[in-house]
Design a protein around this ligand. Structure first.
Ligand code: 5GP
Ligand code: 5GP
Length: 228
């Protein structure tokens, strides 16, 4: 009897450890990455509007990426846990509006969302299942209101040029958080506002100051904000 009880508790411990392992946290925070569609589309490579039509002239979500404090990041953590659109059926219209795909050929978004879930989302299985991952990214993006922060501080998507501190200042003032600003180049070679990186705590819950900034594509100090 005592032996049976002991082996049962051993089994429970083993199961708990195994479950803990499957969902161990291997990151320290998230980047919420937003993209400006005007800057995705006016490059040499160009873009394709999604099948649902031209997206709103607003920042769209690129992804919610678990990241480590040393700048490295886990990826493709659960090859068995492939994206299943039926798990996010209630979110699809919000995803189409707030997380539009602009890559060519024109798609319905499932490929983009699937890529983000499989590469990044599966590495945050300790806090998110598939539905929770997309719901959190949508909520965080809505909470920020980046475009309103920019325009209410005089930074408009009108093809004009702004300094890095104007852009960061406007966003900090309007949202309370300063993003990392990533630029790309338009067809003429001008540096332009492409992506914004905000940091979110490891629970995927609240914005925090970034523990480390991503490396790559600095902007210079004359930054175009193209129309879309
Ligand atoms: P990541 O750069 O997040 O690893 O990969 C993005 C992938 O999603 C690429 O394969 C890219 O072609 C695809 N993709 C589809 N739509 C978009 C989009 O609107 N923006 C970006 N950045 N990538 C997209
Ligand atoms: P790119 O080389 O275009 O900057 O990034 C390609 C892809 O690598 C991104 O879409 C993203 O999936 C991943 N990636 C690039 N930089 C980072 C980073 O700093 N943190 C994380 N978590 N992923 C990144």
């Amino acid at each position: 009897m005592a032996a049976a009880g002991l082996s049962l508790s051993l089994l429970l411990v083993v199961l708990a450890v195994a479950a803990g392992r499957a969902a161990a946290q291997d990151y320290d925070f998230f980047y919420l990455v937003l993209q400006w569609p005007g800057s995705y589309c006016d490059t040499k490579q160009s873009c394709c509007y999604p099948k649902s039509g031209k997206p709103a002239a607003d920042f769209g979500i690129h992804g919610l990426w678990p990241n480590r404090d040393d700048g490295s990041y886990p990826q493709n953590c659960s090859p068995d846990n492939a994206f299943n659109p039926s798990k996010v059926s209630d979110l699809l219209s919000s995803l189409r509006a707030k997380w539009p795909t602009l890559a060519c050929p024109s798609g319905d978004g499932l490929k983009f969302w699937g890529h983000e879930w499989e590469k990044h989302g599966t590495c945050a299985a300790n806090v998110f299942d598939e539905h929770g991952y997309f719901q959190a990214a949508l909520r965080l993006g809505d909470q920020l209101g980046v475009l309103a922060a920019l325009t209410s501080n005089g930074v408009n998507p009108d093809g004009g040029y702004y300094t890095l501190s104007q852009i960061k200042g406007a966003i900090s003032q309007g949202t309370g958080f300063e993003p990392y600003v990533e630029c790309n180049r338009d067809e003429a070679g001008n540096s332009q506002l492409y992506q914004l990186y905000f940091c979110v705590d490891a629970a995927g819950d609240s914005f925090v100051e970034c523990p480390v900034l991503p490396s790559g594509r600095p902007c210079g100090n004359r930054i175009e904000f193209p129309a879309f």
